[in-house]
Structure formats: structure tokens, C-alpha cells
Ligand binder design. Structure first.
Ligand SMILES: *[C@@H]1O[C@H](CO)[C@@H](O)[C@H](O)[C@H]1NC(C)=O
Ligand SMILES: *[C@@H]1O[C@H](CO)[C@@H](O)[C@H](O)[C@H]1NC(C)=O
Ligand SMILES: *[C@@H]1O[C@H](CO)[C@@H](O)[C@H](O)[C@H]1NC(C)=O
Ligand SMILES: *[C@@H]1O[C@H](CO)[C@@H](O)[C@H](O)[C@H]1NC(C)=O
Ligand SMILES: *[C@@H]1O[C@H](CO)[C@@H](O)[C@H](O)[C@H]1NC(C)=O
Ligand SMILES: *[C@@H]1O[C@H](CO)[C@@H](O)[C@H](O)[C@H]1NC(C)=O
Ligand SMILES: *[C@@H]1O[C@H](CO)[C@@H](O)[C@H](O)[C@H]1NC(C)=O
Ligand SMILES: *[C@@H]1O[C@H](CO)[C@@H](O)[C@H](O)[C@H]1NC(C)=O
Ligand SMILES: *[C@@H]1O[C@H](CO)[C@@H](O)[C@H](O)[C@H]1NC(C)=O
Ligand SMILES: [Cu+2]
Length: 583
């Protein structure tokens, strides 16, 4: 009896334990069959020939652009990055929320020390409620000029797009090519203090297209069959240039941006800042022929030099393809779209203000932190005794850029996240100002005495779950310009934008708190402002910066430090064992 009871108890206990374990196991698994995708990224120099000349280009797995990653919402990515190049490198998964996995975000000296030549690091993260197009790119120095690729996130298995299933899907990565080593270009600029050389070409999926020398035969062809509707996933992966994008004679229906769906709207032209993505449907409803897909600069800074060339691919109707009338089809010139003027800000405004969330959005309304950040350029006076060859910005200065007059300096002995997590003092300070130190007419004629920013490694601290409203105010110091401001680790609602100085009394009335778009990069209008809101629900240290790499090089950045909340689900995971060290 005794033993029967004890056995029965044991049996019962183990059954109970087993069920409990099963429950724990099952509840830690998503409802649908999420997958784990393993990839190896070897960063290496590879000969790449463009514009008649071959360069030893830094690539991933010898590909330019790099491999396209395709996943479903809810899947996990495990990417082992091996650095066989001669430069430090990190990889950033642009727009991925990285909930509690800030260690996998990637910006050098912010969430990790770089992967040094010969080293490796494995990025692990899960896609959490994001669908559409994102991308990945190097986030150290200017390596992202050539180290980038698409990240396509389809709905969970069994789920569908909120629009008719397209016949075909084509990622179109817009890039920027220097007929030089991009690292030499940024090093030269850093040495001289001057603006870096402009690029020599833009590219679509790595190819400049047939308006450039030595490029015609490799022009990207995008096939389409008469009557069908296809999805184009357009990414601006250019380094320093906002771009207009058009397809000759075809309307584009926007269905998503930055891996969030939007209320569909139709346009003939897109504008994307570096970092931004736009998913569009295109229907083959024109006479069968070949049509150019084209991108060229939106250059908002008056008087600043820019690459004014045009990259093209070809939208080719199948019935116009070469199989039937071989020689004819090749010689027929594609129809070329009329692009907006380089400074057509009116078109940009009409486009960016058309975005809406598909339905009523959970925009935070009770605001804990009401922030106002100025964003713009500056000029540093040269220290006494400096050589003139190191002071080649206008009138013997050096270019700078800042947010709230702080020109951001990266640490070099610890990443900000490591310093935060391990409590290492002296790496950063937590006094990033909530407001500019000085109020002035931001978009007017700014007194020369205000042009030189202070330097610092300052973060702004947020408690877990706090809500933020942030006014991003462009300045006209040196020149006004549209800045694509990107926040790591978060999507935010863009609730308003406008020109001139933001005026709370007047402009609060314009806030869209009903269905504003959810983005990870906001194009702050030239000589104007944008207002964004988000909830600090992801602990870590998160860089916010201008996605024109020339501006981040000059210091147009800051970071939010978001504290842990209560319990495991509100706490940053421990650092991976292979996290690179700085020294
Ligand atoms: C930048 O452009 C100048 C002028 O064309 C040229 O002399 C220089 O070599 C270029 N720098 C790099 C790093 O390509
Ligand atoms: C392209 O080739 C033409 C003819 O060979 C030449 O005149 C022109 O300078 C080249 N353009 C560039 C940008 O190299
Ligand atoms: C681009 O700039 C060059 C040099 O400034 C100029 O000669 C050319 O006409 C410009 N091209 C276009 C399309 O504006
Ligand atoms: C745009 O540039 C043209 C010259 O290319 C100039 O005439 C016009 O005033 C500019 N427009 C704006 C809004 O700056
Ligand atoms: C440079 O100096 C000249 C002459 O004093 C002045 O006209 C110009 O505005 C200055 N430029 C800048 C950017 O300070
Ligand atoms: C890290 O570098 C900063 C700036 O160079 C220095 O002030 C600090 O003491 C260093 N911290 C450690 C722990 O070495
Ligand atoms: C800008 O202000 C300065 C004085 O702060 C003045 O000398 C200059 O003429 C003004 N420029 C313009 C274009 O108004
Ligand atoms: C930024 O700070 C520097 C150094 O403290 C100061 O000279 C400058 O006037 C400030 N500029 C602005 C716009 O606050
Ligand atoms: C590479 O990163 C290490 C820290 O991990 C740093 O000490 C070194 O200066 C970096 N090298 C370059 C060329 O930036
Ligand atoms: Cu910028």
C-alpha cells in the first residue's frame, strides 16, 4: 500500500511535471510554425567592375549587393558574420525592432565593439510583428556603401497580405557607387574637414544602368506580363542621397513602408531618404514595351554639390521581350520618365504627407517626455596652429553636425550598451538636453556665433514604458537640408510635419493622432520640422541619427538609453558570449 501510494504519487508528480514542462515549452513557442534561419555572412574584398573600372570592393559572400534574406513574421534569424576584410565591421538589421536583443542591433561602439579583421560574431534576433521590406547594412565607417542587402518579411505562414497577392515580387535596392574606395573617400574628408567627394553613379540592385558608360549590358531587367500586378520592394540604400523614384508611364500604389502596412494610395513618384523602404504595387496596364525604372537625386541643400546622374533599370513586358523579334526589341529604346526637378520639395511634401496607417493607430496621448531636438550642420573653427590642409571647409573651418548643439562622438574603448550594462563609468554621460540650449530663429539667418557645436557622448535616459513626443527641428546653419532621421530599436508615429519654426500653439492643431504612419526613418523637411511619438518599450541603448552617412560622420546623432522594466519580458537579454570586445 505504502509503496503503491508512493509510486502513484511519483507517477502523478512526473505526469504533472511533464505537463507543466510541455505547457512552458509550448507557450514559449509561437502559435504558428515559426522557423529559425541560419546564414553565414563572409565579409571580404571582391573584385567588382563598374563604370569601366574594377575595384576591390568589400562585399558579403562576394555579392554586391549582398544576399537577400527572406523570412516570415515571427521567424528567428541567426547570422554568423565572419570578417575576412581588412576593416572593422558590424552589421545592422535596419528597422528590426530587436525586442530585448539590443546586442544584435549592430552600430559600432553603440551596441557592440566592431568585429575585427579575422574575427566573427553571430547575430540572433526574432522578427516581432513586422511585415514588409527591411534591409541590412554595415554600420561602421562607410562600409555600408557596398555591404548591404534586402530583408523581406512576409506574413506568418497561413496569413496573407492585406492586398491581392502579387504575381511576382522584386526587391529594388537603390545604391550609390564611387569610382574609388569609399573608405578612402571618408578618410580624406575626415582629414581635410571638407565635404567628401560626391558619388559617381547611383545603382539599382548594384547596376548603374545604361545611361552610364560601360554599364548597358548589365542593366537590370524587371519582367512583367501584360495585365499582372507585381510588388516592388524599393529600398534607399544610398549612402548620402535622398532619391526620387519613378517608372515611366506607370502609376504606383503604395501599400507599405519601413515594414508597416499603410493605407494604400496611388502616386507617380516616390521619394525615399536613405534607410527608408517603400512597397508598391505596379500593374502592367500599358502598351507592351520597355519602360525605364529610374532614380535620381532629391537635393534639398541649396548650393551643395551632389551627384546629378540617373540610374535606370528596365520594366520589360514579356510580349516585348526578345524571344520573338530578337534584334528589334534590343534596339528599341525604353520609354524614359520625366523626373521631378532636383529641388522639387513640393512633390516631396505631397508624397510624405499622403502616408496613413491602415486603421486607427494606438498613438500614445499621455506624454512623459516632451522633447525638442534641433538637427543640422555646423562649422568648427580650426584650433590655433592647425594646418590649413586640415581645415578645408568654407573659410578655413571643418564641417560638423549636431543635435541640440551636441556633436556626437563615438566611444572607442567600450560600446555604450556594454558600458551601461556593466556600469562602466566615463564612457558616456546622461545629460543629453531635452531642449536646445538656446532658442533662436532656426530656419532664418543664424548668427555666425552659433555655428560651432559642442562635442559630447551624451544619451537621453528613458524609463521602461515611458512615452515620448519628439519635435525634430531642422536648422539653417550653413545650409538647410532635408535630414532622414532614423531611430534604432523602434518604430515611431510621424504625427505632423511642416516648414519654418515649430510653433506648439499653432502646430499642435495639425497633429494626426488617429492614423499617422508608423516608420523607422523620418524625412525632416528642409527648413522645417517633424513630430514623432513612441513608447519606450524596448530596453537598451538606441542610436538616433541622420541616415546621410556624411552627416553621421560629422556628429548628427545621439542615443536613447532605455532602462529595464520589471521582469524578464521587460529586461535586456544577457550579452552573447561571442560579443566582440574593444581591447
Ligand atoms: C576626390 O576628388 C578629388 C577631385 O576629383 C580627387 O583628386 C581625389 O583623389 C578624390 N578622392 C578620393 C579618395 O577618391
Ligand atoms: C563616357 O564615355 C565618353 C565617350 O567615351 C566620354 O567622353 C565620357 O567622358 C565618359 N563619361 C564618363 C562619366 O566617364
Ligand atoms: C550635372 O552637373 C554637371 C556638372 O556640374 C553639369 O555639367 C550637368 O549639366 C548636370 N546634369 C544635369 C542633368 O543636371
Ligand atoms: C530650383 O532650382 C531652379 C534652378 O535649377 C531654380 O530656378 C528654382 O528657383 C529652385 N527652386 C527652389 C524652390 O529652390
Ligand atoms: C566666408 O567668408 C566670406 C568672406 O568673408 C563670406 O562672404 C562667406 O559668407 C563666408 N562663408 C561661410 C560659410 O562662413
Ligand atoms: C574610455 O575612454 C574614455 C575616453 O577616451 C576615457 O575617459 C575613459 O576613462 C575610458 N574608460 C575606461 C574604463 O578605460
Ligand atoms: C545675416 O545676419 C548678419 C548679422 O547677423 C548680417 O550681417 C547679414 O547681412 C544677414 N544676411 C542676410 C542674408 O540677411
Ligand atoms: C553651441 O555650443 C557652443 C559651445 O558651447 C556655442 O559656442 C554655440 O553658440 C552653441 N550654439 C548653439 C546653436 O546653441
Ligand atoms: C577597430 O576596432 C578597435 C576596437 O575594437 C579599435 O581599437 C580600432 O581602432 C578600430 N580600428 C579602426 C581602423 O577603426
Ligand atoms: Cu542629415
Amino acid at each position: 500500500m505504502e509503496s503503491f501510494r508512493s509510486n502513484y504519487n511519483k507517477l502523478f508528480t512526473s505526469f504533472f511535471l511533464f505537463s507543466a514542462l510541455l505547457l512552458v515549452f509550448m507557450s514559449s513557442m509561437p502559435i504558428t510554425n515559426a522557423k529559425v534561419h541560419h546564414h553565414d555572412f563572409v565579409v571580404q574584398a571582391t573584385p567588382v567592375k563598374r563604370l569601366c573600372k574594377t575595384h576591390n570592393t568589400i562585399t558579403v559572400n562576394g555579392m554586391y549587393p549582398g544576399p537577400t534574406l527572406e523570412v516570415n513574421n515571427g521567424d528567428t534569424l541567426v547570422v554568423k558574420v565572419v570578417n575576412r576584410a581588412r576593416y572593422n565591421v558590424t552589421i545592422h538589421w535596419h528597422g528590426v525592432r530587436q525586442m530585448r536583443t539590443a546586442w544584435a542591433d549592430g552600430p559600432a561602439f553603440v551596441t557592440q565593439c566592431p568585429i575585427r579583421p579575422g574575427g566573427s560574431y553571430t547575430y540572433r534576433f526574432t522578427i516581432d510583428r513586422q511585415e514588409g521590406t527591411l534591409w541590412w547594412h554595415a554600420h561602421s565607417s562607410w562600409l555600408r556603401a557596398t555591404v548591404y542587402g534586402a530583408l523581406i518579411i512576409r506574413p506568418r505562414q497561413g496569413d496573407e497580405y492585406p492586398f491581392p497577392k502579387p504575381h511576382r515580387e522584386t526587391p529594388l535596392l537603390l545604391g550609390e557607387w564611387w569610382d574609388a574606395n569609399p573608405i578612402d573617400v571618408v578618410r580624406q574628408a575626415t582629414r581635410t574637414g571638407a565635404a567628401p567627394n560626391i558619388s559617381d553613379a547611383y545603382t539599382i540592385n548594384g547596376q548603374p544602368g545604361d545611361l552610364y558608360n560601360c554599364s548597358a549590358k548589365d542593366t537590370i531587367v524587371v519582367p512583367i506580363a501584360a495585365g499582372e500586378t507585381n510588388l516592388l520592394r524599393v529600398v534607399n540604400s544610398a549612402l548620402n542621397q535622398e532619391l526620387f523614384f519613378k517608372v515611366a508611364n506607370h502609376k504606383l500604389t503604395i501599400v507599405g513602408a519601413d515594414a508597416s502596412y499603410v493605407k494604400p494610395f496611388t502616386t507617380s513618384v516616390l521619394m525615399l531618404g536613405p534607410g527608408q523602404t517603400t512597397d508598391v504595387l505596379i500593374t502592367a496596364n500599358q502598351p507592351p514595351a520597355r519602360y525605364y525604372i529610374a532614380a535620381r537625386a532629391y537635393a534639398s541643400a541649396q548650393g551643395a554639390p551632389f551627384d546629378n546622374t540617373t540610374t535606370t533599370a528596365i520594366l520589360q513586358y514579356k510580349s516585348a521581350a526578345c524571344s520573338t523579334t530578337t534584334s528589334k526589341c534590343v534596339s528599341s529604346k525604353p520609354v524614359i520618365p520625366k523626373m521631378p526637378a532636383f529641388n522639387d520639395t513640393a512633390t516631396v511634401t505631397a508624397f510624405t504627407t499622403s502616408f496613413r496607417s491602415p486603421r486607427k493607430a494606438p498613438v500614445p496621448t499621455k506624454i512623459d517626455h516632451n522633447l525638442f531636438f534641433t538637427v543640422g550642420l555646423g562649422l568648427n573653427n580650426c584650433p590655433r596652429g592647425a594646418r590649413s590642409r586640415n581645415c578645408q571647409a568654407p573659410n578655413g573651418t571643418r564641417f560638423a553636425a549636431s543635435m541640440n548643439n551636441v556633436s556626437f562622438v563615438l566611444p572607442s574603448n567600450f560600446s555604450l550598451l556594454q558600458a551601461h550594462q556593466q556600469g562602466v563609468p566615463g564612457v558616456f554621460t546622461t545629460d543629453f538636453p531635452a531642449n536646445p540650449p538656446l532658442r533662436f530663429d532656426y530656419t532664418g539667418n543664424v548668427s555666425r556665433s552659433l555655428w560651432q557645436p559642442a562635442q559630447g557622448t551624451k544619451v537621453y535616459r528613458l524609463k521602461y514604458g515611458e512615452t515620448v513626443q519628439l519635435v525634430l527641428q531642422g536648422t539653417s546653419i550653413f545650409t538647410a537640408e532635408n535630414h532622414p532621421i532614423h531611430l534604432h530599436g523602434y518604430d515611431f508615429y510621424i504625427i505632423a510635419e511642416g516648414f519654418g519654426n515649430f510653433n506648439a500653439k499653432r502646430d499642435t492643431a495639425k497633429f494626426n493622432l488617429v492614423d499617422p504612419p508608423l516608420r523607422n526613418t523620418a524625412s525632416v523637411p528642409v527648413g522645417g520640422w517633424s513630430v514623432i511619438r513612441f513608447v519606450a518599450d524596448n530596453p537598451g541603448v538606441w542610436l538616433m541619427h541622420c541616415h546621410l552617412d556624411v552627416h553621421i560622420t560629422w556628429g548628427l546623432a545621439m542615443a536613447f538609453l532605455v532602462e529595464n522594466g520589471v521582469g524578464k519580458l521587460q529586461t535586456l537579454e544577457p550579452p552573447p558570449a561571442d560579443l566582440p570586445k574593444c581591447n
